[in-house]
Design a protein around this ligand. Sequence first.
Ligand SMILES: *[C@@H]1O[C@H](CO)[C@@H](O)[C@H](O)[C@H]1NC(C)=O
Ligand SMILES: *[C@@H]1O[C@H](CO)[C@@H](O)[C@H](O)[C@H]1NC(C)=O
Length: 497
Amino acid sequence: MKNPITLQTLTIAAVIILLQNIYVTTADLRSDAQALLQFASSVPHVRKLNWNSTIPICTSWVGITCNDEGTRVIAIHLPGHGLFGPIPQNNIGKLDALRILSLRSNFLNGTLPSDILSIPSLQFLYLQNNYFSGHISTPLSPQLSILDLSFNSFSGNIPQTLTNLTRLTSLNLQFNSFTGQIPELNLTRLRLLNVSHNSLNGSIPSSLQNFPVSSFSGNSLLCGPPLSQCSFLAPHYSPNTPLSHNKHNKTLGIGVILAIGIGCLLFIILLAVFLFCFLKTKDEDSVGNRGIGRTPLDWEARVKISLGAAKGLSTIHSEGGVKFTHGNIKSSNILLSTDFSACISDLGLAPIMNFPPIKPRYIGYYAPEVIETHKFTQKSDVYSFGVLLLELLTGKSPLPSSGHDEVVDLPRWVRSVVREEWTAEVFDEELMKHPHVEEEMVQMLQIGLACVARVPDMRPSMDEVVKMIVDLRSSDSSEHRYSSEDNRSKGSNAQTP
Ligand SMILES: *[C@@H]1O[C@H](CO)[C@@H](O)[C@H](O)[C@H]1NC(C)=O
Ligand SMILES: *[C@@H]1O[C@H](CO)[C@@H](O)[C@H](O)[C@H]1NC(C)=O
């Protein structure tokens, strides 16, 4: 009688252990999901993540990879997703089975939470092309194999503890603001090192002297092989000391200086033009702000503004050559006179230096490729102009509101509504009060949608945009419209027996 009871007990125990295991693993995946949802709600993003507790995390969440068993999240890939703002502490760091984290080419800023760098399983960390600042905190995950923090604003010393990362094969710290000496790094697996364009000083440690010159260039106070010999006078005599702290000055050739000169001239000319036509600056938050004392713009005014701005941008593009971009087209940069003549302002010098000052609050105007590469082109100006047109047509702000995954950018919203054939729904209700303009509005909407095409080559040039807006007017001027309507009604009358 004893045996069956023992067997029974064992079976029950086995079942309990099995259930416990299942519970533990689902709890881990659940806590991973919890941390990710918290990340999505606290870090605003332009591209939709589609993270939602009702759909399976391992197969349907954008950018998420699980282990083979589907029990833990092991990788996050969100490059160029238009993520902006800081990453909160105690968030990504909770994903303690994470091996790969790629958040490169976003607009993330603030300090990097220390718990991310110390995730014990972390092997690959790609954070290049963001706006992170502050010091690199330690401890660092001993599993790290690739650490890429390049093109950020990190400062402070390169931590000595990097030398403990025996698995490190690639260390990219170029284009930051690291200071002090490079620590001796005895890392036998290290194949790729780049600390160029920082503010490092002193001599290059002997363990790193076999790396090429370009691993170290752009640090004016760094010396020793493979750079030139250290001399005690060398760091201080330079007559260009103030400039030499600028990490980009070395790339400023004569061409760029010339371009800056031409840019300045253009800027002054445009400024003079503005002084003539500037009477009223449109407020940053207006073509939806209907506060007391504000009159919504009628359709005539909106067309005039569109055409004026299109002509201005087209002139900027044709006068400046193919590489000349505005880089900051947004409604607050369109200045209006009392008769709604539009001028474009804020033609900065930054774009020609290819170092645009990207601000997260204007992210709604940036083309997808700008979000990815941080580089402006004439086609990305066209995209921004398209967003401006959609803003004029819909009366809606192009900024994605922060933290809510359902909220998408203006072009995507308009596209989705038009696809469902609710075209009339997209227009600003103020405009719908004027009964005869809908056809023009639909045409203008087509122009706007052409400008915000995803593929840059599919977008029209500003020249073509100007022509399209002019055509829209000439094919459908108000007299023509009314007279054709008269004719139509007369015609139908005539046919009535
Ligand atoms: C390097 O710069 C730091 C300040 O960032 C300074 O304290 C130190 O003396 C400098 N060392 C050398 C060798 O120039
Ligand atoms: C280091 O980075 C700079 C800037 O991206 C690049 O020009 C240079 O070729 C790189 N050098 C190495 C050895 O990777």
